[in-house]
Design a protein around this ligand. Structure first.
Ligand code: FAD
Length: 390
């Protein structure tokens, strides 16, 4: 994958916005355990950055996914994981199915304002009793005239303390677990106030990704028009599995720059830190470990770029996206951990950039499908597990 002048220009525009409008506030937002999503998204929307891969008819740029990847990579310049993740939810996790299968009316109501940065979205799949096992979700949408009445709980929902809408996976029938679900666009707030029947039960306190708000949300007979369903009734599980492909590509791409930064910061530190009459970087062990980590990150880059090339070519990238997500999860643990060690006591302090990466990066092996879920998918594709996916 070769980046063109256009890819580079998009990256420059985003980097400038990050330097001027995001990074100066990151420490404050991390401490507050929330960031002003409406303000930041409006800024990004005004620059045309929230709909790079979305249809022009809805205000997007209609570009291929390589541009989404270029953007995800540049988000790694943000000095925390929480804000990039919140942006990724808006661009690559909560909107792909809406853009692909939503009606024109639904796209006008929810996608266009999300691209403009006028609305904040979230994706509601996980529940207290169902995370890895998506088919086991319990939330229900019961028909009532032309509406659905939605009841249930959604847990771990990124952006949900501020979101205007949720793309929500719910059971709309009694059939087999993979054929009884639908994705429904649920308006969460009107003029900033929660709609009737929706309650923020808890703002979840986490070990990392602190600037990102994460909620447990209750739904009690929330009235939603049936026309808010994305695509066919009963196809929600399949749509969500497809939507996960972009989420997983995004996860891999968004870690490339931040992992690179982590290594570069540590090289600089090791060159400056003096011990035993030399610099830490003079120790061959340190040199070799950092060289090894860089090789690992570049391997992830090659894998991710290849996955995106296949995706842009219109191929099924389940296998590629799964491998890239798995490798990203692994490296988000080993790279910050190895680097942190070289910072000694400084690495163990809260404010240290590498220690923030160590805490934030831990999520990559859990969210959007845990490492073991990725291994399960790959085992099926490889024909090792009983039910082959292909
Ligand atoms: C900060 C944060 C933000 C999130 N944002 C969102 C969001 O915006 N929207 C949303 O819907 N969800 C979100 N999630 C939820 C996330 O996707 C789930 O946490 C994840 O899918 C794991 O589900 P679980 O937590 O229920 O763990 P479980 O499903 O209970 O799994 C626990 C552990 O079991 C192991 N495991 C799972 N399957 C297997 C297997 N087949 N074989 C062996 N071991 C296995 C894994 O190690 C896994 O970590 C978020 C989570 C966090 C922590």
């Amino acid at each position: 994958m070769q980046f063109t002048h256009e890819h580079r220009e998009i990256q420059k525009t985003l980097k400038r916005y990050i330097d001027e409008h995001i990074n100066p506030h990151v420490d404050e937002w991390e401490a507050a355990e929330i960031f002003p999503a409406h303000e930041v998204f409006k800024g990004l929307g005004d620059l045309g950055l929230l709909g790079l891969t979305k249809p022009e008819a809805n205000g997007g740029a209609g570009l291929d996914y390589s541009y989404g990847m270029a953007m995800a990579e540049t988000l790694g310049h943000i000095h925390c994981g929480g804000v990039p993740m919140a942006i990724g939810v808006q661009t690559d996790m909560a909107t792909p199915a809406l853009a692909r299968f939503g009606s024109d009316e639904l796209k006008r109501e929810f996608l266009a304002p999300a691209i403009a940065g006028d609305m904040v979205g979230c994706i509601g799949v996980s529940e207290p009793g169902a995370g890895s096992d998506v088919a086991a979700i319990k939330s229900v949408a019961r028909k009532d005239g032309d509406d659905y009445l939605i009841s249930g709980q959604k847990m771990w929902i990124t952006n949900s303390l501020q979101a205007d809408w949720m793309c929500m996976l719910v059971n709309t029938g009694d059939g087999p677990a993979h054929k009884n679900k639908s994705l429904v666009m649920v308006r969460m707030r009107e003029n900033g106030k929660l709609v009737k029947g929706i309650e923020v039960a808890q703002k979840i306190k986490k070990i990392g990704m602190n600037s990102s708000d994460t909620g447990l949300i209750y739904f009690d007979e929330v009235r939603v028009p049936q026309r808010n369903r994305i695509g066919q009734e009963g196809a929600g599980f399949i749509y969500q599995m497809q939507q996960f492909q972009e989420e997983r590509l995004w996860c891999a791409a968004s870690t490339l720059q931040s992992l690179t930064n982590c290594i570069e910061w540590t090289v600089e530190w090791a060159q400056e830190r003096k011990l035993f009459g030399a610099s830490l970087a003079d120790q061959q062990w340190v040199q070799f470990k950092l060289a090894e980590l860089k090789t690992e990150v570049e391997s992830l880059r090659a894998l991710t770029y290849q996955a995106v090339e296949h995706y842009v070519a219109g191929e099924d990238v389940t296998e590629w996206a799964t491998m890239a997500k798995l490798k990203a999860g692994r490296l988000n643990r080993t790279v910050p951990d190895t680097c942190l060690q070289f910072w000694g006591g400084m690495g163990f302090t809260w404010e240290n950039k590498v220690s923030r990466m160590y805490r934030d990066g831990r999520l990559a092996s859990i969210g959007g499908g845990a490492d073991e879920v990725m291994l399960g998918i790959l085992s099926k594709i490889m024909g090792i597990a009983k039910r082959p996916v292909k």
